[in-house]
Design a protein around this ligand. Structure first.
Ligand code: SF4
Length: 347
């Protein structure tokens, strides 16, 4: 067992990528990187890490920023609740800890949006505290190396892998252990086609020996995906367009999209008048696209309306925006893409 850990630590020393958040003990920057990198590849997250550390060099700078500015900096990264939680946690640190990042695992865990995984990462990387990180990479490596078929999303599985990782943890260097395990999962023991041929722990890997690598880890539940049908009314003229700020309890909270009607299933064009309140003859062009989120498939139809609506038609949460000031609005990627590529193509 120890051999496994030492071999992976040695592999890490020789092959680790040189990433900026690994060159610091600053808990704020480490926390930023961990939140940004959840469900995000390093190449995609890197520019965001650099942008955040430049625009908000300290946790106080982040806490003092307007939420819309934080969301704007996050634009394109998805899972926007991460950005809102990041902002709320920064305010907690400013108000409850006088701007000093909490340094115990228990206190880090109390921060908004911080779960066991992030708390263990910050505690070990910034403060060398003995807490094992158990992320998707670690689940995969351990389930394969020990050939464990307990589902990783079951209560039993979570406990089992958590205990195993903490048993293996190098108490004298928890940061090295955690970095090495995560990097090993990200670069060597990858989800599809792991590089078993060049793996330093292959002789002891039970998954490899038993031929079960491709079916580890086991997941009990399939993610339920819901289909949604959005009809966006893109009211605009040469100078202005109508935007709508998205409300709570749905995707993209706090971001801006267009006036929207959601239909439980798709609409026929003949139904536009009755359901949307606009006649087909007013729609100059239509653009259909599909946008995939982790639990939702959004089928969006953009209706190109080259006029501004009558005031009687206007809803409370609609906002008139200048085209020239569009940059300051945080937008979900589907809207950003439509404005950048599709709308331009339609002009
Ligand atoms: S032998 Fe293959 S499955 Fe086993 S730890 Fe190495 S890369 Fe992963």
């Amino acid at each position: 067992m120890l051999n496994f850990v030492l071999l992976i630590a040695e592999w890490y020393r020789q092959t680790a990528r040189n990433l900026p958040w690994r060159q610091t003990k600053n808990p704020y920057k480490i926390w930023l990187s961990e939140v940004i990198l959840q469900q995000t590849r390093v190449e995609q997250g890197m520019p965001y890490y650099l942008k955040f550390t430049e625009n908000f060099p300290t946790v106080i700078d982040l806490a003092n920023a307007e939420e819309e500015i934080v969301l704007k900096n996050w634009q394109g990264l998805g899972y926007y609740s991460r950005a809102r939680n990041l902002h709320a946690a920064a305010k907690m640190i400013r108000d409850e800890y006088h701007g000093d990042f909490p340094y115990s695992y228990k206190d880090i865990l109390k921060l908004k949006g911080v779960g066991e995984y992030t708390a263990a990462a910050v505690a070990s990387f910034a403060f060398d505290l003995p807490h094992a990180v158990v992320d998707g990479n670690v689940y995969r490596v351990l389930s394969r190396f020990y050939d464990i078929d307990t589902p990783i999303d079951s209560t039993e599985g979570k406990k089992l892998f958590y205990n195993l990782a903490n048993e293996l943890l190098l108490k004298e260097d928890p940061a090295l252990f955690n970095q090495a395990m995560m990097e090993f999962g990200a670069m060597q023991c990858v989800p599809v086609n792991p590089d078993c041929g060049n793996c330093p722990v292959r002789p002891e890997c039970l998954g490899y020996r038993n031929g079960t690598v491709s079916i580890r880890p086991v997941k009990a539940k399939k993610t339920k995906v819901t289909d949604r049908h959005f009809y966006y009314m893109v009211f605009h003229n040469d100078h202005q367009l109508v935007l709508k700020k998205r409300g709570p309890k749905d995707v993209w909270q706090g971001l801006y999209d267009f006036p929207l009607i959601e239909s439980p299933s798709g609409l026929d064009e003949g139904e536009y008048d009755a359901v949307l309140g606009i006649s087909l003859s007013q729609v100059k062009k239509q653009h259909k696209t599909k946008h995939i989120l982790s639990h939702q498939r959004i089928f969006a139809t953009f209706l190109y309306l080259d006029f501004l609506p009558e005031r009687t038609f206007w809803k409370e949460d609609w906002e008139l925006a200048e085209w020239s000031e569009l940059e300051r609005y945080p937008l979900p990627r589907i809207i950003e893409r439509y404005l950048k590529d599709d709308l331009k193509a339609l002009d």
